[in-house]
Ligand binder design. Sequence first.
Ligand SMILES: Nc1ncnc2c1ncn2[C@@H]1O[C@H](COP(=O)(O)OP(=O)(O)OP(=O)(O)O)[C@@H](O)[C@H]1O
Length: 355
Amino acid sequence: MSLLELDDLKVHFPIRRGLFMDRTVGYVYAVDGVSLSVERGETYGLVGESGCGKTTLGRAVLRLNDITSGEVRFDGVDLAALPAEQMRKSRKHLQMVFQDPLGSLDPRQNVEAILTEGLAAHDIGTSRADRRARIIRTLDAVGLPSSALSRYPHEFSGGQRQRIGIARALVLEPDLIICDEPVSALDVSIQAQVINLLEEIQESLGITYLVIAHDLAVVRHISDTIGVMYLGSLVEEAGSDALYASPKHPYTKALMSAVPVPDPDVEDARERILLTGDLPSPANPPTGCRFHTRCPWRQDELCDTERPELRELSTGHKVACHYAEQIDAGELHPTRSLATAILPDAELQTKVPDA
Ligand SMILES: Nc1ncnc2c1ncn2[C@@H]1O[C@H](COP(=O)(O)OP(=O)(O)OP(=O)(O)O)[C@@H](O)[C@H]1O
């Protein structure tokens, strides 16, 4: 049994209007039918442009967002159906590391107080000394000295603060840690250190990760499996190596073509896929294949009207595209040009239109 299984998970945020915000005029389809499994001791990397629903999915697993429908099975138990008190207890096993370590750590608490909070909430540790011993062991695991105990978040560098954020999750000895953009607020030189630390922790403690990032380079080395999200759904899922060696979905191909290659000859020669148009709003997603409005291989009515299923093309490699086989075999020619140009800003924000 997988540690975490999402089954047709949907999170739709109502768009409210009116004097008392009492009229629902539509929905933001932030997560719109995602099914995936995260295996014990492995890392699942979830990538996609900003606004595609990655954070909402991660928060829904922890029930920090209301779930509209679907199941979130953790160790076989459907968290979506748990009463609030049992869900609170379950959080000991599922922890989250946030993007902005400074914003997510209380500046008035020293490190010992920050790490004690979770232990106290879950009644872990027999005495203050026992809790302190656990905290010191955890700090050691993330590469911080015990002298950090009495210091405050602002006294640390960005990378060290993220280590504190990781320690805060780790001290509860969770089974799963959801890392939401764990390194995107850090200097590039520090990013690799934090990614390596996450890997070391996984090797020594067998923790399972769901790593959320907009940057393919971040998830590549750490992930066993990668899921690519576009407008609230998965468009492709494969083992990390298979996805990089042979992306099948036009959106994944475009994302990949925007990642720079270190070899200048290869970099100059390769084709970039320009996606025209902005990311559509998740409040008003396109009909049919959600990617058809930007897809260079869009064909006909089928793309415009029928939403493709995420289907297995080869073992473990799933794609949601009606024409994946033909595109892969080079039998279909792009209906829009594949320009030698970079993708539009990968940080594109989606805007909810005024209803
Ligand atoms: N509480 C909310 N109420 C209404 N809409 C929301 C809410 N939270 C998120 N959204 C919308 O849901 C969509 C998905 O947002 P989400 O933050 O999950 O995307 P993301 O891929 O994680 O992007 P980012 O990397 O910028 O966080 C966006 O259009 C966002 O505006």
